[in-house]
Design a protein around this ligand. Sequence first.
Ligand SMILES: Cc1ncc(C[n+]2csc(CCOP(=O)(O)OP(=O)(O)O)c2C)c(N)n1
Length: 322
Amino acid sequence: MPPLAPERLKGFYVQMTRIRRAEEAIVARYPEQEIRCPTHLSIGQEAVAVGVCQALSEQDVVLSGHRCHAHYLAKGGSLRRMFAELYGKATGCCGGKGGSMHLASPETGMLGASAIVAGTVPIAVGAALAAALRGSDDVSVAFFGDAGIEQGVTHESLAFAALRRLPVVFVCENNLYATLTPLSKRQVSADVSPRAVAHGLPGVSVDGNDVLAVYEAAAHAVARARAGDGPTFIEAKTYRWREHVGPNFDVELGYRTQAELDAWMARDPLLRHARILETSGVLTAAERLALDREVEAEVADAVRFAKASPFPEPAALYADVD
Ligand SMILES: Cc1ncc(C[n+]2csc(CCOP(=O)(O)OP(=O)(O)O)c2C)c(N)n1
């Protein structure tokens, strides 16, 4: 794969920082009780969304699940409209009626998200089938967690996509837990990707905290899909830092240890990419700080916009819900 231009590499950093700062703003604001929807944060998992979406074109589409902030932002969704959605405001990306688990930005290719585990996997396959029938070379992506592979519909989707050689990339973010249950208590294998191989499509496992490794795997899968060679399954191994749902840390619950969390935090995908950029001379520490400040200003603006926006009118209650 040819080396990426410095501006692209910086862009990866900015994208991941936007997701991190946005979710840190949610952490800071949540206790105010103005964001009333449940929020599933992906702090620690940013490299997966960014690595995959950077391998896509604007026309390509993605679908996601309950932990969808990162996918929405990485696919170009508006930060203002995301915060407005979280605050339940009329200016939100779903008019304030969807909340955190239902972000959508069809104009940038984020078709939608659903809280039903793996519920959007067959929709991504449907989008790929539609693209194939249209004769376009658009690709679709299904983002789902490791619990998603335990849903029957995922296996039906993989089998159908392989059979029809559909242009879809299945991205399983294996963060090792389904709510509070570790993968080791649910499955014999620590790797999820061999399941895909059984359905007749290539399955690869990558370090999901390495944005460049994710990008490379995704670029390869997207190129295959566009060439008519069918679907690919990517397992990105990563880790969620915060509790399953909500803004807090949760080690005191006892289902995981502080040592495990510390080990994964030491593999912070943002710092890791920043260090590569700094040692290769692509980004100085001062430039990085300036980029951080720009993103922080953008997030602060989005929060102000959301707070200042009106709630939906009662008359809008039944619009867009059928
Ligand atoms: C069909 C279905 N079953 C159960 C649930 C309850 N539930 C919500 S999130 C979750 C675990 C999801 O784990 P995973 O898919 O690995 O994603 P993660 O939360 O780790 O990002 C479960 C079981 C649900 N939303 N949908």
